[in-house]
Design a protein around this ligand. Structure first.
Ligand code: ADP
Ligand code: MG
Length: 173
């Protein structure tokens, strides 16, 4: 008899890259996410170009957000996203520095998680226009547990965002 199917949740993942062919790498990452066990990509935002956040002496980033329906539990999903980063060529650099690919778990259903390895909702979600704008594009009614709606977060952040991320087009995956 097979084990019962894991309960699926919708997770939102933020992707970013500013080394190599960023648009192609983000496309490959999304393709791989869709192949993860018990998982499929439900929606994918356009790609956005954004100025670096936190550490400014590095190239602009390409960013996107995907919705992933997944039966993987949050820590297992993190294991997979970290393995995926490695397989696409990510090597350790300075904190918030340049990278071939970054995959962050922004939301996992309405779960609140605070462990040393995993904080959900993602710690900086409300401070990052390059996350909120693509998230709003695919999930305009997203609710961020403990913070309210993504729309409200963006209304607060937009006045403090001198360089709004620019939509640069669809991602092939
Ligand atoms: P950043 O994304 O902030 O640039 P990294 O990608 O290098 O940083 O991740 C650093 C650590 O952040 C990882 O080892 C991971 O355990 C931890 N982390 C905590 N919460 C999350 C989350 N929601 N998504 C992804 N990584 C997370
Ligand atoms: Mg990360």
């Amino acid at each position: 008899m097979s084990a019962s199917a894991p309960t699926p949740h919708t997770a939102y993942l933020g992707l970013g890259s500013n080394l190599g062919d960023s648009l192609a790498t983000i496309g490959q990452a999304i393709h791989h996410l869709d192949q993860l066990p018990h998982s499929r990509v439900l929606a994918c935002s356009n790609a956005y170009r954004s100025v670096p956040w936190g550490v400014s002496d590095q190239p602009d980033f390409v960013n996107a957000v995907v919705a992933l329906r997944t039966g993987l539990d949050p820590l297992r999903l993190l294991d997979h996203t970290q393995a995926l980063e490695k397989s696409l060529g990510r090597v350790p650099t300075r904190h918030w520095g340049e990278r071939v690919i970054d995959v962050d778990i922004l939301l996992y259903g309405q779960h609140l998680i605070g462990t040393p390895e995993l904080t959900i909702p993602h710690l900086w979600l409300g401070q990052r226009a390059f996350v909120l704008l693509p998230l709003l594009e695919i999930a305009p009614d997203a609710h961020i547990p403990g913070h309210g709606s993504a729309r409200d977060l963006w209304q607060k952040l937009r006045h403090k965002t001198p360089h709004k991320p620019q939509k640069i087009g669809k991602i092939m995956w």
